[in-house]
Design a protein around this ligand. Structure first.
Ligand code: TYM
Length: 332
């Protein structure tokens, strides 16, 4: 069976950017690609590349696990697990670091952005993309569904895989990113030139999946647009309204042309009021399921089952890689 792999960092509250650019896509794919096995995880090792407080981290790990399921991941279709509970991720990351170069890691734009904001930069933050490559190559992923901001990391993963395939006789599947046509980059509500981000200090910039419906309405009402006043998609010149149309389109499945026709002659108020109801309607059942799940044994059982299957696949792969590299003793 071919594999699909992806993960999300438990670094903050999950917002509709991550949901529409990533989780909603996983849910669609689990039905569209029945011949693939899915490995979806909570990237807690990635989260500590910038140190986190213990209680906060634990809370966010569990919250993300429950939200994955509440958003519609089917635990019978998907192996859902916590990255740190499968030690082979760290093991392979080290082996990949021995086959990666400082120069190529220095070129990563996320590293450049994140390191600028830190007083001192950890080695973990610098080597972050090699851990991500390990997450993917460990399971021989054929496809990796991600948002656009992860594209460069995927290209590096492919480069490392090809390099090691040449050196160690085809040990890895070279993965391909799966980037949604619409929704792969949801922008901030307050600065539509920036990505909507869970680490943005400005809370008004995003809608979190667990936000109360009145907050959702307020955030959409105050989202930055422009003075033109028409509902027309133009990402370059009218980033604000185009971003809101993207959110509307990904949730309802309506194309930009359909939305332009539907809202011809209408102003922003009418469009925003409708969008708010569309978002509230999408998030309500997710929130209800989340509160049922968050402290349940069901969630622990799902994570145990996912971990056991991930360990089974990952350990087999690590043993094979160690053998190809020549580590340890020759197997009899
Ligand atoms: P993270 O946690 O920042 O984001 C998780 C996923 O959500 C997508 N995303 C967005 N998509 C559209 N609009 C947005 N505003 C938005 N914000 C986030 C991201 O592209 C991503 O797909 N390094 C990864 C996590 C990771 C991973 C992996 C992913 C670790 N190992 C292996 C795939 C495979 C990250 O920080 O994503």
């Amino acid at each position: 069976m071919k594999h699909i792999v992806s993960g999300i960092q438990p670094t903050g509250s999950l917002n509709i950017g991550t949901y529409l650019g990533s989780i909603k896509n996983f849910v669609k794919l689990q039905d569209q690609m029945p011949e693939h096995e899915f490995f979806i995880f909570i990237a807690d090792l990635h989260a500590i590349t910038i140190p986190k407080e213990k209680q906060f981290l634990r809370k966010k790990i569990k919250e993300l696990a429950a939200l994955y399921i509440a958003c519609g991941l089917d635990p019978n279709r998907v192996n859902l697990f916590i990255q740190s509970e499968v030690p082979a991720h760290s093991q392979l990351a080290y082996l990949l670091q021995c086959n990666s170069y400082i120069g190529e890691l220095e070129r990563m734009t996320q590293y450049k952005d994140k390191s600028k904001k830190q007083e001192s930069v950890t080695v973990g933050l610098f080597s972050y993309p090699t851990l991500m490559a390990a997450d993917i190559l460990l399971y021989d992923a054929e496809y990796v569904p991600v948002g656009i901001d992860q594209k460069q990391h995927l290209e590096l993963t492919r480069d490392i895989a090809i390099r090691m395939n040449n050196r160690y006789n085809d040990i890895f599947t070279v993965p391909q990113p799966l980037i949604a046509e619409v929704g792969a980059k949801i922008q901030s509500l307050t600065d539509p030139d920036q990505k909507m981000s869970k680490s943005d200090d400005l809370i008004k910039s995003r809608i979190d999946l667990l936000d109360d419906e009145n907050i959702i309405r307020k955030r959409i009402r105050s989202a930055v647009t422009d003075s033109v006043g028409t509902i027309v998609y133009n990402k370059e010149q009218r980033a604000g309204i185009s971003n809101l149309m993207t959110i509307y389109s990904v949730i309802t499945g309506k194309s930009f042309t359909e939305l332009e026709e539907q809202y011809q002659g209408c102003g922003y108020k009418e469009f925003k009021d409708d969008l708010a109801e569309v978002v509230v309607g999408e998030l309500k059942p997710i929130q209800e399921r989340y509160y049922d799940l968050i402290n349940s044994k069901e969630l622990d059982d799902i994570l145990d089952k996912g971990r056991d299957r991930a360990i089974q696949v990952a350990m087999k792969k690590i043993t094979k890689i160690n053998d190809r590299i020549g580590l340890g003793r020759k197997r009899r």
